[in-house]
Design a protein around this ligand. Structure first.
Ligand code: ADP
Length: 402
């Protein structure tokens, strides 16, 4: 079954056509600068053929038209007919409290995605635009929504409630939701498979460290806590996001500098994190480079980043009453031995002893703890697109996906 996996943003659409039975991708790429000058589609075929097409891509409907045209093209394509796309799987950022699993997209589901616009104004409208564009270009093809928040929906109330008046939760649904659900699910399931243990018997901490960063405590298959909250701003330090701060700081700065709500939002989401502390870059590679060159602020940024991961490992082991394994994933988690080493440094007392050679080996998927380390630490490349494709296949085949 061929599944078209789509991740629709405000001005971009990322896609992969995945053959779900073999779990192989046939083609992947992205459309960038939708609605702007200089819009392009970049497509890579499984055999390495690459093409970039420039065009007037005015909206998401045209973007999907372009994607279909390249997938069907004689020279660069991989399918002969639109009907060779058997289903479409969409990454939808916010499922609110409505969705605790992936679902077939119906009129009712579309209404619920729209109802969640208010708590996810930056993402859900564009996700829905992608769904509408597929209804226009591929009418009748089943579409499935896979929500970033769904995996965390079983979190207990004590983990998702903030210490605010309860009425703010009842009235505005202000609570912790958590994100990166497909990634946390994929790498934790994969860790259980590598350990040859029952997923539902394990205590796992997953660290998704990319541009956005979050961790999850997965106890016997259920995400019981996660670092991102009402929005993806909370928790770990990120490329440009502050992560946890004392909320009073926002009010204090607004008073001191007379900045508006919108400016405060930009400060926390775009000018903070690695970028904010180092003043060098939001890119961990550059921060590490400058740290190694002796730049102090880059060292502070690196230290804050890793310290926070370590602190949450401790917190989540306490929350679960034990720990079988930790998984690192995402661009930083998969690629930076320095970050992994710093996050797990001095934790032998805790059952974690990193094997330096294994940590620095070139293998992509690997165990990086010593043989006698009570808690295992893995590096597992994430594959959110595959999760979306497999959920989509399962839903189209009438199965329930939790
Ligand atoms: P996104 O969250 O946008 O999907 P990624 O998961 O690709 O992003 O992660 C991007 C981050 O990964 C960037 O901060 C980048 O610096 C970091 N990264 C990629 N390769 C390395 C590396 N070799 N060492 C350290 N950081 C890396």
């Amino acid at each position: 079954m061929n599944i078209l996996v789509l991740n629709c943003g405000s001005s971009s659409v990322k896609y992969q056509l995945i053959e779900a039975d073999s779990q192989k991708w046939l083609a992947k790429g992205s459309v960038e600068r939708i609605g702007m000058s200089g819009a392009t589609l970049k497509n890579v075929r499984h055999d390495g053929d690459e093409i970039t097409i420039a065009g007037e891509i005015v909206d998401h409907i045209v973007a999907i038209e372009y994607i279909l045209a390249v997938l069907l093209s004689r020279n660069h394509g991989v399918i002969n007919d639109k009907s060779d796309i058997h289903a479409i799987g969409h990454r939808v950022v916010h499922g609110g409290e409505t969705f605790s699993g992936s679902v077939l997209i119906t009129d009712e589901v579309i209404k619920s995605i729209r109802d969640n616009f208010e708590i996810a104004p930056l993402h859900n409208p564009h996700n829905l635009r992608g769904i509408n564009a597929c209804q226009v270009n591929l009418p009748g093809t089943p579409q499935v929504g896979v929500f970033d928040t769904a995996f965390h929906q079983k979190m207990p109330r004590k983990a998702f409630l903030y210490g605010l008046p309860y009425s703010l939760y009842s009235q505005y649904k202000i609570r912790r939701y958590g994100f990166h659900g497909a990634s946390h699910r994929y790498v934790s399931e994969r860790a259980a498979a590598i350990m040859q243990r029952d997923y539902h018997s394990l205590k796992i901490i997953t660290c998704h460290l990319g541009n956005g960063c979050s961790m999850a405590a997965i106890n016997e298959g259920i995400s019981i806590d996660t670092t991102m909250g009402f929005t993806p701003l909370e928790g770990l330090l990120m490329g440009t996001r502050s992560g946890d701060i004392d909320a009073s700081i926002v009010l204090y700065i607004m008073g001191k500098e007379g900045i508006s709500l919108a400016e405060a939002n930009t400060l926390l989401n775009k000018h903070s994190g690695l970028q904010g502390i180092s003043g060098v870059s939001s890119d961990m590679r550059e921060v590490i480079q400058e740290m190694k060159n002796g730049d102090k602020k880059s060292t502070y940024a690196f230290d804050v980043f890793c310290y926070r991961v370590k602190k949450y490992i401790g917190a989540y082991a306490a929350a679960m009453g034990g720990l079988d394994c930790v998984v690192f994933t995402g661009g930083i988690g998969e690629n930076s031995a320095d970050v992994r080493a710093a996050c797990c440094e001095g934790m032998s007392y805790f059952g974690i002893t990193i094997d330096d050679e294994a940590n620095r080996s070139n293998e992509k998927e690997k165990l990086i703890t010593t043989r006698d380390s009570r808690t295992k630490v893995f590096v597992i490349p994430t594959n959110e697109e595959l999760v979306i494709a497999l959920d989509t296949k399962a839903i189209v085949e009438g199965k329930t996906v939790a």
